[in-house]
Design a protein around this ligand. Structure first.
Ligand code: SF4
Length: 147
């Protein structure tokens, strides 16, 4: 998922169009949203919109399910391993308060109690959430931060 242009992050597609473009049934996309694998852009009317980047993310999730043998719980655990506290340089105190730092079973953006550096953050725009847009898998990213 490399070389994604800035423009392609603009949310313009409805669920129905996204389903067609991604080749993924709308009910599966709803399930991925419910399970926190994707964060759609939510309009004031509460309708979800998706960007080209979101479509690539949906395809990545589908690949993990269809080709890599993971289930949704496995993908959540995989995303939970991203060391968000190191990327966002959270203090020891912030880590103590953060449910994401403690959990192995859900991605940090699913945490109900977040540390001070994430409390008011827009996770959809966060570099942690967007790691899978820049690296083909989580391990490729980890190799860039751990020698
Ligand atoms: S802002 Fe959201 S996605 Fe980013 S590290 Fe914090 S909880 Fe995770």
């Amino acid at each position: 998922m490399k070389n994604i242009s800035v423009e392609s992050t603009t949310p313009i597609y409805t669920l129905s169009t996204t389903s067609t473009l991604a080749g993924i049934p709308a009910h599966s996309i709803r399930q991925y949203i419910d399970k926190g694998l994707i964060i759609p852009f939510r309009k004031e009317s509460n309708r979800n919109l998706f960007s080209q980047v979101d479509i690539l993310r949906l395809k990545y999730v589908n690949k993990l399910l269809a080709e890599d043998g993971l289930n949704i719980a496995g993908i959540r655990s995989l995303l939970a391993m991203i060391p968000c506290w190191a990327i966002r340089k959270c203090s020891a105190e912030a880590r103590e308060q953060c449910q994401a730092f403690q959990s192995n079973t859900f991605p940090c953006w699913e945490a109900s109690e977040k540390g001070i550096s994430c409390k008011n953050a827009n996770c959809r725009e966060c570099e942690v959430y967007r790691i899978v847009e820049k690296y083909p898998d989580v391990k490729s990213f980890l190799k860039t931060i751990i020698n």
